[in-house]
Structure formats: C-alpha cells, structure tokens
Design a protein around this ligand. Structure first.
Ligand SMILES: Cc1cc2nc3c(=O)[nH]c(=O)nc-3n(C[C@H](O)[C@H](O)[C@H](O)COP(=O)(O)OP(=O)(O)OC[C@H]3O[C@@H](n4cnc5c(N)ncnc54)[C@H](O)[C@@H]3O)c2cc1C
Length: 459
C-alpha cells in the first residue's frame, strides 16, 4: 500500500488547509460555534460572506468534492474525499462553504438516482449550486431506531397524496426549501415495503414547525433539528421520489455516503482534540514540570493518538471500498457500520480526555468543549445508534462462518489439529524420505479424530 498523496492533489490540500484555518474557522468564533448559523438563509450579510468564500472554493475546483463529474463534482473518489473532509473536523461552516454539507449530500444522491427530470431541475440543481438547503425527514418522535414503525402516513386521494403525521430531529427544516419525507403508504405490506418517499416544499399549506430543537448548548426553542408536523399536507403524485413502497430502498442508498462523510469529519475532530491536549500538556506545569512528563498524561495522549491513527486507517480503507463500488455489498456495509460505531467511541473517549486534561478551563464556558461534547455524543445516535451498527457488524461478519455441528470440540483442539497437520505435511516428508518422530503420529496417544465426533443432540 502506498499512502503517498499525488503532488497535484497535495497542492490542493495545502491550499485548503490554509483556507479552512484562516478564512473558514474564524466564522466559527464570530458565530460562537452556533452550528445552525451556517445554514441561516435569512442572515443576508452572512450569506454574502459565504457566497464569496464559496466562489474561491469553486475556482480551486474543490466545490462539491463528493460528487461525480456528471453531477458537477471533480470525481475525486472517496479516498481523496477523506483528506478533504477530515479538514472540516469541528467546522459547521466548512462543509457549507465547500458544498458538501449533510443532509444535502445524501439528498443530492437520491435525487440524482431516483428523481424525475422535473424534480432534478427544480430541486437538485439549486442544491448543487449552493442556492438551496434541504431536509431529510425519517425519524419520528415515538422512536428512530425502528423505521418500520412509521406513523407519518401518506394516503392516496385522486391524483394527489395527503401526508399526515410528525417527524423529529429533521435537521435544517427551519432553513430548508424542501424536505424529502419518508411516509408509511401501506401499513399491511411486509415491513420494508411499507414506506414511500415524497418531496415536500416547506411552504406547502399544512406544514408546521412544532418546535425548534437544538443541543444542550443552544438556547430553548432554537437549534437546527426541529420537530415538524404535516397537517394533511397535499402533494401531487409527481412529488413522489421513487416507486411506491420503495422508501427503504431510497433511504438505504443515501445513508452509506452520509456515514462515511461523518466519519471523515470525525478524524478531524479527534485530531483537533489531540492538538489541544498536546498544547495543554507541554504548557501546563505541576510540581515545576510540564504535565507532559507525567505518565498518566502521556498515556492519555499516546492512547488518543494510537486510536486516531487506527480510526483514520479504518476510514481510509472503508473509503477505498466505496471506490471499489463495494458500498452496497456485504463487505462495504460491514465496514460502514464499523466506522459508524468506531467514530462514536473515539469521539467520546478523546473528548472526555481532552476536557479532563484542561481541568477547570475544560469545564468552563470560555472554551467550546460543550459543543464538542455534544457533537461527540450525537455520533452514537444520529444515522443509527451504536448498538444497531455493532449488531450489523457482528451479523455480517458471522455470515462468513459455518456452524460446526458434527463435533462439540472446537476445530482448533490441539489433537484434532495435529492429525490435520500431519496430513498436510505428509507429501513433503514423503518427498524428502523422512518420517514424523516416534510419538508425534502415535495413534494411541492421538486416537482417530472420529472418536470425538458427536452428533448434535437436537437442532
Ligand atoms: C444531531 C442529530 C441530527 C439528526 N438529524 C436527523 C435528520 O436530519 N433526519 C432524521 O430523520 N433523523 C435525524 N436524527 C435522528 C436520528 O436518526 C435518531 O436519533 C436515531 O435514529 C436514533 O433514534 P432515537 O433518537 O429515536 O433513539 P431510540 O431509537 O429511542 O434509541 C435510544 C436508545 O435505545 C437503545 N436502542 C434502541 N433500539 C435498539 C436496538 N434495536 N438495539 C439495541 N439498542 C437499541 C439504544 O441504547 C439507543 O441509543 C438526528 C439525530 C441527531 C442527534
């Protein structure tokens, strides 16, 4: 494996590093780490600044780097995208300024895959151009982990559909111009054929934002993840995205990319935390020495760094699988769930260590650990809870193994392995005119393995 980055691409990364650090990051501080601000279309002065910075990104050929060329991207592929997305780390503005922010990235993908020409012209192009934000509304207040239990329904009425019900944590619905909504259209169908997707404009009569919801650090009734309601919202059949009953298929096709992008940004979050820990360790003194010389501090920093490197490689490998078109195959899905579970763990572990190492500063409101902690913890919930992803990794991994039902002895039992080993090596020994040493092939000490084979009592 060669981890060298091509010089041409490295030049782009160098430009990007400087641009993100010196032009994008300052916005985070001006807007007090308000994750919602980057999407605030009503803030005209801020929009002007964002548009101006987006122009520079477009001139560098780094706009919408996640997209293939036929959709206006450069077709960098997922591995190179890792090097790009990891620079956003803690940044809410970075993805917006580079045209690769969620949930628009996933929405663009499904509009491109399942949208009609009319839907693409009306919704896809403006999002691609950075002129419109969108929302993906799947989760409902009664529970997000089980999307077969949708209660937001769409009923056929003549040529129209009427949508009724609530959605929960619909990111950016307060700034979006349209939503892709997953509704139940046939509650009696098999669980994964019950849902259908619709595109609903946010100015549709009957659409309501019940309440804005944010993180702990946002003030009440603010934040970018509203609870929304469809009060008999009427849409024409042309608003349907994909076939009736195939909502799950549409949803599945957007989730893999979203999870990968999130993991790529998490690499940057963890690196940022390690940088902060390192600065603290070499700058803070205790007993006349920097705390960097304390073994417990060294352990915290070393473990964080090792976990960071392991995680980064895991994400790069998963990205490579995307580039091999393995995203929807069993191996690809196993790796996506693996990085999803791993990102939540590393983000949480390293954030806790970084806060701890910063002592009272870490817990104070003069630092932004509150926001970072919320970001870290949300990684275990959004896009599927950790338990489900771990179960998925295990399920897909175990599919590769066959049960050993003819014996209750593990196949690695030493005397079973020994019979096998002798069989393996016999041709070589015969060729060399050698025999096994007396005792090693002794069938009395090593009776035929069949003796230990047991039929399963019941199955
Ligand atoms: C910041 C953020 C942004 C989000 N944006 C969106 C969005 O734009 N659109 C959208 O549709 N949704 C969005 N979500 C919602 C997200 O998809 C859900 O939070 C997620 O699916 C989990 O659902 P839940 O919150 O209802 O938790 P629950 O389903 O209630 O799960 C809570 C806990 O119960 C346990 N649990 C539940 N089910 C199982 C199981 N099968 N096996 C084992 N343990 C289980 C786990 O411990 C889990 O953490 C967002 C969430 C966050 C935090």
């Amino acid at each position: 494996m060669d981890f060298t980055v091509e010089p041409e691409f490295q030049k782009k990364l160098d430009w990007m590093k400087d641009f993100v650090e010196n032009k994008v990051r300052p916005l985070e501080f001006i807007y007090d780490y308000d994750k919602d601000a980057a999407y605030d279309i009503k803030n005209k002065p801020l929009r002007k600044i964002i548009k101006r910075l987006q122009q520079e990104v477009k001139e560098q050929g780094l706009w919408a780097a996640h997209l293939p060329p036929h959709l206006g991207g450069k077709g960098f592929g997922a591995v190179k995208l890792t090097y790009i997305n990891e620079m956003f780390g803690t940044s809410a503005f970075g993805p917006v300024i580079f045209g690769c922010q969620g949930p628009d990235t996933g929405n663009m993908e499904i509009l491109a895959m399942f949208g009609t020409e009319e839907q693409k012209a009306r919704y896809l192009q403006p999002v691609l151009d950075g002129d419109m934000f969108s929302t993906f509304a799947m989760t409902e207040p009664q529970g997000g982990s089980d999307p077969t239990n949708l209660r937001c329904v769409a009923r056929r009425d003549g040529d129209d559909w009427v949508i009724t019900g609530d959605k929960w944590f619909a990111s950016n619905a307060n700034h979006a111009e349209f939503m892709i909504v997953m509704t139940a259209t046939d509650p009696d169908a098999p669980p994964h054929s019950r849902a259908t997707m619709f595109i609903v404009p946010t100015d549709a009569p009957g659409f309501e934002i019940v309440r804005n919801i944010g993180f702990w650090t946002d003030s009440p009734n603010s934040g970018g993840h509203p609870w929304i309601r469809f009060n008999d919202v009427r849409v024409p059949d042309s608003a349907r995205l994909g076939p009736v009953g195939e909502g799950f298929k549409v949803a599945q096709s957007r989730l893999g990319g979203g999870r990968l992008h999130h993991a790529q940004r998490t690499i940057g979050l963890v690196k940022h935390l390690i940088d902060m820990m390192a600065e603290r360790a070499v700058s803070r003194f205790s007993g006349g020495k920097p705390i960097a010389e304390k073994q417990a501090v060294q352990t915290m920093i070393a473990e964080s760094y090792i976990e960071y490197m392991q995680f980064r490689l895991l994400v790069l490998y998963t990205a490579w699988m995307f580039d091999q078109q393995e995203e929807h195959g069993a191996q690809g899905r196993k790796m996506i769930s693996a990085i999803k579970a791993a990102m939540a763990k590393i983000a949480q572990d390293v954030t806790v260590r970084a806060v701890h190492l910063h002592g009272s500063h870490g817990l104070s409101n003069i630092m932004h650990f509150g926001e970072l902690m919320a970001v870290a913890l949300h990684e275990g919930a959004a896009d599927g809870v950790t338990e489900l992803h771990l179960a998925n990794v295990s399920k897909l991994l175990l599919r590769e193994y066959t049960p050993r039902l003819d014996s209750n002895l593990p196949s690695e039992t030493t005397f079973i392995k020994k019979v096998w080993a002798e069989k393996q090596l016999k041709p070589i020994l015969d060729e060399l005119g050698l025999t096994f040493e007396e005792g090693h092939a002794d069938t009395e000490k090593n009776p035929p393995v069949e003796k230990y084979n047991l039929k399963p009592v019941s199955l």
